[in-house]
Design a protein. Structure first.
Length: 310
């Protein structure tokens, strides 16, 4: 009987490793030069004022994405430090662990938001200055803007994919997806079993990127503008709306993936994943399995401790 993956579980490829997030713990596993697997374990901190927000449709997506960026930054910092250390580079100590965590978290969130602003506003100017004389304002300009977004997104990802370290990152991304697909299918998580599964998954963050383009075209088309300045302001103000709706669309397509007539709705995201994932090697799959199993183990320990306390 196939097991059902808990919706809160999610994975993320980091430099030379994989991070998985469960209900109560997030775990990153990396392989050291001596072939040992090292873990970075961090409890998921739930703030009282955030928890209610994560239950509100459309708003929960924005909150979850920012939280994911913050958590991912901490794990990426761990993986990067270990990678530099293994490469023989000097790793300086931070003044304090709290300062390091707060600093990396802030950088992660700001980097995420900066990236969203860049890929939102640059296409606006390209559409206006390159096609403004031939393409009228309103829906035609919004469609042109969406076209530029897709070109920039695909061009950027394709360009960085040529770097060896990004190729390995995408291989770990593929390994993460394979592990989740294998777990959801109910098979034993061995390297041989996991390697049989696809590197694509409906619930991937890469799918979210492409959905923001399509959802943005629809939402922006609903709001007329009289000048470029007004258009830019609209894009900035509506960005959280686009992100929130795109998140719900991502969840919706995941629920419909087993419906033959409607599963095609998730295909654009899967097509993008053909760029952002690569077939992993066995040792990379082993790291992904180790990260996932450690996360599951720690999650179960947390559940047992809560039950014992009650």
């Amino acid at each position: 009987m196939a097991q059902q993956i808990v919706p809160s579980y999610g994975g993320q490829a980091v430099i030379e490793g994989v991070m998985f997030g469960g209900k109560s713990m997030t775990v990153t596993a990396i392989r050291k030069k001596n072939q040992e697997i090292e873990y970075f374990e961090a409890p998921r901190t739930e703030y009282k004022w955030i928890t209610p927000l994560k239950k509100i449709p459309f708003l929960r997506g924005v909150v979850g994405l920012i939280e994911s960026a913050a958590n991912g930054a901490k794990h990426l910092n761990f993986a990067s430090e270990r990678y530099n250390s293994e490469s023989g580079e000097e790793v300086t100590e931070s003044p304090s662990r709290l300062t390091m965590i707060l600093g990396v978290t802030l950088v992660g969130v700001l980097s995420f938001l900066f990236g969203k602003f860049v890929f939102t506003l640059v296409p606006v100017f390209l559409a206006e200055f390159l096609l403004g004389k031939w393409v009228p304002d309103g829906v035609p300009q919004t469609l042109a803007e969406g076209g530029f977004k897709i070109i920039l997104l695909l061009g950027y990802i394709t360009a960085i994919a040529k770097a060896p370290i990004i190729k390995r990152l995408f291989q770990y991304h593929g390994a993460e997806h394979k592990v989740i697909n294998a777990f959801e299918s109910g098979v034993e998580l061995t390297v041989a079993n996991v390697q049989k599964f696809s590197t694509l998954h409906y619930r991937c963050g890469s799918s979210f990127l492409i959905f923001t383009v399509f959802v943005g075209v629809v939402i922006y088309s609903l709001f007329p503008y009289d000048s470029l300045t007004e258009r830019v302001i609209q894009r900035i103000v509506l960005l959280p709306v686009v992100m929130g709706v795109s998140y719900e669309v991502l969840q919706w397509t995941n629920k419909l993936r087993d419906t033959p007539v409607l599963r095609f709705l998730g295909y654009p995201g899967l097509w993008l994943q053909k760029i952002t994932t690569r077939e992993p090697e066995d040792h990379q799959v082993e790291v992904a399995i180790a990260s996932f199993l450690k996360m599951r183990e720690l999650d179960q320990q947390q559940v047992q401790e809560r039950m014992a306390a009650n």
